[in-house]
Design a protein around this ligand. Structure first.
Ligand SMILES: *[C@@H]1O[C@H](CO)[C@@H](O)[C@H](O)[C@H]1NC(C)=O
Ligand SMILES: *[C@@H]1O[C@H](CO)[C@@H](O)[C@H](O)[C@H]1NC(C)=O
Length: 362
């Protein structure tokens, strides 16, 4: 009996990973709700779930706000699909207070068919192609370098199945996503004060837009493979599809001189090849004035589709006056990662690299 209980306890501890290793408190709240009414009654809309993890010993002046990407939820940061501690544990262990969100109309932030746009869920094939096993499909040239996903990365593999089960419906409209999270993100900063934003993928533009709305409340931004390049989806969207008409966002963001419409952004083609379409602005380039005093770290892996174009997003932002440092992981000896870098076998190595930059900017 005792032995069986001990085995049970060990299994529970293993499943929990090291998530209890840094003493912390945990709570949650919602921001950004707007009540809306139709013939059926009054409903919450646009609210965003925020999970607050506070280490007993907070060792940094400002907290981190962690914002997941398309099809994902806040689970991304909590632990890895193979049961190792996630980036939340890593940053808690370094004394950071964390706010982990579920984007509005996603996961624990309820979607309401009456007021929110259509949503879709990625198939197992699309998750394997883009995230967990790109080396089996070779849709983009760098995919062949992918080695860091734990397990086979395809349906039927236990770790893949665990990760795939966490995928969520996302709003189809990026403009709707941008609008909702800019509103909820600004409400979050109004409540908690100055923070460092950590964004992944789809949340890249969301970070720029929250900072545009509350420039004085954003100390710095870490953008892990932010959606790009400017104006087009490329590499996994063939032929390239127009996107982000405001360069780095789908909805208006503040430029100086101001835009009257997105078409005021005069584009100059930099590169048009089989993997990317890259545009910059015609000189003199309009400036992203609200982002200019916020340091940005962009991180790109070796094997992701982003390896082909994050440089273009970075150049566009620098031309617009933003102070962006860009780390390409293979250039600092971290090889074989794909887009879900914080879930992969060497996730702590990447966390350590990012933490060093964050510590210099908090
Ligand atoms: C949303 O989905 C419904 C049902 O499939 C479809 O009829 C409608 O056109 C979609 N709306 C948009 C804006 O795509
Ligand atoms: C890129 O080049 C292709 C092939 O020449 C062409 O069809 C396409 O219109 C070009 N795209 C842009 C955005 O210039």
């Amino acid at each position: 009996m005792l032995i069986r209980y001990a085995a049970f306890l060990l299994a529970v501890l293993a499943a929990a990973g090291a998530s209890q290793s840094t003493p912390h408190t945990r709570s949650y709240f919602y921001v950004g709700n707007t009540y809306r009414t139709n013939a059926d009654g009054t409903f919450a809309d646009g609210q965003m779930y925020v999970e607050h993890l506070r280490p007993v010993r907070v060792e940094h002046r400002v907290p981190l706000v962690m914002i997941h990407g398309l099809s994902q939820s806040g689970t991304n940061w909590v632990n890895t699909p193979d049961g190792r501690p996630g980036w939340a544990d890593f940053f808690l262990s370094k004394g950071y207070e964390l706010y982990i969100v579920d984007q509005p109309a996603r996961a624990r932030s309820a979607w309401n068919a009456a007021f929110d746009g259509n949503v879709s869920l990625p198939s197992t094939l699309s998750v394997a192609q883009r995230f967990t096993a790109p080396e089996r499909f070779n849709i983009w040239p760098a995919a062949k370098f992918h080695t860091q996903w734990p397990g086979a990365g395809v349906q039927g593999d236990a770790i893949f199945d665990e990760f795939y089960a966490s995928q969520m419906q996302s709003l189809d409209s990026n403009a709707e996503t941008d609008t909702k999270i800019q509103h909820a993100g600004a409400a979050l900063l109004d409540k908690i004060g100055t923070a460092i934003l950590m964004t992944h993928s789809q949340a890249g533009p969301l970070g720029w837009l929250i900072a545009d709305a509350r420039p004085r409340l954003v100390r710095a931004i870490v953008a892990l493979e932010p959606s790009g390049p400017p104006f087009f989806d490329t590499t996994v969207t063939i032929p390239p599809a127009p996107a982000r008409p405001f360069g780095i966002a789908d909805i208006p963001i503040t430029y100086d001189p101001p835009l009257t419409s997105a078409t005021d952004l005069e584009r100059v083609l930099v590169v048009n090849n089989s993997v990317t379409v890259c545009f910059k602005q015609a000189e003199p380039a309009r400036q992203l004035v609200n982002l200019q005093r916020i340091p940005v770290l962009a991180v790109t892996t070796q094997a992701s589709y982003h390896a082909h174009y994050d440089w273009c997003t970075v150049e566009f932002m620098r031309q617009a006056g933003v102070n962006v440092q860009h780390i390409s992981l293979p250039e600092v000896g971290i090889r074989g990662n794909g887009h879900m870098m914080f879930l992969e076998k060497n996730s702590d190595d990447i966390a350590a690299l990012v933490e060093r930059w964050v510590a210099e900017h908090d």
